[in-house]
Design a protein around this ligand. Structure first.
Ligand SMILES: C[S@@+](CC[C@H](N)C(=O)[O-])C[C@H]1O[C@@H](n2cnc3c(N)ncnc32)[C@H](O)[C@@H]1O
Length: 271
């Protein structure tokens, strides 16, 4: 029998400089504040898709008498995370390259599993959640957080910025992701068999020039990264992409600029 061709799933944003810098600004007492009330100091915790590890290190400070493991599919992120933990003098932490669909841990290994901004990039989030459930101990807690790309607001209206958002969503879908998975956390967790599932949300916003400028420059960088796919797929021409990039930068430098997006969060427990 002919072997079935593997379906394509790729982490669409890539690992460009400004994007990783934006992840490095994340911290446990903002991005994981919905989850930390469920933690205690002796827990053994897993962070899936830990990226450069700033939230992971924050979690390790909370489970100070326990242990944290961060996994990511990308070796450069694991290297950054290890360096960050070392710089912060955190010793109850380890990082390793691994795929969330096939976690290299025995059943019932962790008291808590966290995953920030990964579900939206997965083609099969339900399979990933079932894998999380496998490695969680009974009565263990899971916490998810993803921004929902259907919730972004921008002002002043700018057709180029709107086009960029559409391209980001298209690219995510093209590579197997779901830009609106955040709103489905509760449904997915329940389908995976978690109980007492509770969803919540919080807003991220850019409301001062320094922040909107960073946002515009990040959008411009993402456009550059996406150009090859966009041209290949006939979503835009090279010249259009170049113009979008310039427009994004200009939008961020407008002193009236404001943007905000909803981050969807959910917690659930293994029975
Ligand atoms: C948006 S980043 C979030 C990083 C970090 N959690 C944060 O919020 O700052 C998503 C991360 O998930 C990783 N990733 C993508 N697919 C993965 C998979 N199948 N298994 C494990 N990690 C994955 C990517 O390499 C990337 O570092």
């Amino acid at each position: 029998m002919k072997e079935k061709k593997k379906e394509c799933e790729k982490y669409s944003p890539g690992y460009s400089k400004k994007l990783i810098q934006s992840y490095q600004r994340r911290k446990v007492n903002r991005e994981a504040i919905f989850f930390t009330p469920h933690l205690h100091s002796k827990m053994n915790l897993l962070d899936c898709g830990c990226g450069p590890g700033t939230i992971t290190v924050g979690l390790a400070k909370i489970v100070s008498e326990g242990k944290v493991t961060g996994i990511d599919i990308e070796v450069t992120q694991i290297e950054k995370a290890k360096k960050h933990a070392l710089d912060q003098n955190i010793s109850n932490i380890q990082f390793q390259v691994a795929n969330i669909y096939e976690l290299p841990f025995s059943d019932n290994s962790f008291d808590a599993v966290f995953s920030h901004a990964l579900m939206q990039h997965l083609k099969h989030p339900l399979n990933a959640l079932k894998e999380i459930k496998r490695v969680l101990k009974p009565r263990g807690v899971v916490g998810l957080r993803d921004d929902d790309q259907g919730s972004l607001i921008l002002s002043p209206h700018n057709s180029s910025m709107n086009k960029v958002i559409e391209l980001i969503k298209k690219s995510m879908k093209h590579y197997g992701g779901n830009p609106k998975v955040g709103r489905q956390h509760r449904e997915l967790l329940r389908k995976a068999g978690f109980i007492n599932v509770e969803a919540s949300s919080s807003c991220e916003y850019d409301g001062i020039l320094e922040e909107t400028q960073k946002r515009g420059d990040l959008a411009a960088e993402l456009i550059t990264y996406m150009t090859e796919t966009a041209v290949k797929m006939n979503w835009a021409t090279i010249d259009e992409m170049k113009k979008l990039s310039v427009d994004c930068k200009n939008w961020g430098r407008n002193p009236d600029a404001f943007d905000s997006i909803i981050w969807c969060e959910a917690v659930g427990w293994k029975e």
